[in-house]
Design a protein around this ligand. Structure first.
Ligand code: AFP
Length: 308
């Protein structure tokens, strides 16, 4: 019998409530995703989010679900969502002491073709009601992968655990995340004309040394595979997108926390080998280049780029 996520961790009341809110949200989002084609949930919403992305109908629905449950956890004071232009300040009567940053439905351009999607989140203690917190203050980070199985991966206390959603709508523990060792690179090669020399050199080296290429275009699925099978994932800076594409707070901080706690590394790359978690955010929707994967792969990237 697998242990449920709630029995697995002994958390204080507030963290427990937030984790419950995230479980409830992802169970609802999972149903919307699973039946989206039947209930006309494919396609675009009539708006764009602050990053200029066209919002899908399911982006908006998933965001509303997450906000509702997190506010009603009575444990948060600030919510930062990739889909909201401004921070959400929780009303005084429902306020707690944690900040939660989340991307309710990452990879949503994959919805209409039935490819995997995910929810990404991080939770930080926030006694002073701040908005921009350093990545090193994250207490718990995780993602939910809506794939053939629905799986929640949680990083807490620097350990990464896997939980699978069962028929009774409970996330059950299936084991600790073990880093794979396969040779796989994962990057949007369509951008290669714009790449800087560091990325070009590293990917050329991967090709020369027998790596396979895998890229879904849904960060949760690409990072999950990178963790389980091994290799490297990158959304680098390039000449067109000087800050890459991915958002520091909603995508890169949580993934960096998870990857590092599973024994890997996550760095900014391109002339800086700074840890992603050491980047001090200056705005809630800021983007950052990222290179992540097993420690061995990142060492190789650092070593090659130091020759430039
Ligand atoms: P969408 O949510 O718009 O599909 O973007 C997904 C994403 O933020 C991330 O999940 C992917 O890794 C990355 O963008 C894919 O971007 P490209 O389509 O430019 O490769």
């Amino acid at each position: 019998m697998n242990t449920s996520i709630h029995s697995f961790y002994s958390l204080d009341d507030s963290l427990h409530s937030i984790l419950t809110a995230i479980c409830k949200s992802s169970i609802e989002i999972e149903k919307k995703v699973r039946f989206s084609a039947l209930y006309q949930l494919h396609g675009n919403h009539s708006s764009q989010n602050t990053s200029g992305d066209i919002q899908k109908k399911l982006d908006v629905i998933s965001n509303d679900i997450m906000i509702y449950y997190l506010i009603h956890s009575y444990a948060c004071n600030v919510l930062l969502s990739e889909e909201n232009d401004e921070p959400i300040l929780v009303p005084a009567d429902k306020k707690g002491k944690y900040l939660v940053a989340f991307d309710p439905l990452d990879g949503s351009s994959n919805i209409d073709c039935n490819a995997p999607l995910g929810t990404i989140f991080s939770i930080s203690e926030n006694d002073k009601n701040e908005i921009l917190l350093h990545g090193n203050r994250i207490l718990m980070a995780g993602y939910v992968l809506y794939g053939p199985n629905t799986e929640m991966v949680i990083c807490y206390d620097n350990k990464v655990q896997r939980f699978m959603l069962n028929e009774e709508e409970t996330f059950c523990h299936i084991g600790r995340m073990i880093h794979g060792e396969k040779k796989i690179y994962s990057i949007n090669e369509g951008n290669s004309n714009h790449w800087y020399a560091d990325t070009k050199m590293f990917i050329d080296e991967c090709k020369k040394t027998g790596y396979a290429a895998r890229y879904i275009g849904s960060m949760v699925a690409d990072v999950h595979r990178t963790l389980l099978y091994g290799g490297v994932f990158s959304y680098p800076a390039d000449k067109k997108n000087k800050q890459g594409k991915l958002r520091l707070l909603y995508e890169c901080f949580p993934m960096a926390k998870i990857v590092e706690s599973a024994g890997g590394r996550a760095i900014v790359g391109h002339a800086t080998n700074q840890r992603i978690l050491d980047v001090m955010p200056t705005s809630i929707h800021q983007r950052t280049p990222i290179v992540l994967g097993s420690a061995k792969e990142i060492e190789k990237y650092v070593c090659l780029s130091s020759k430039l």
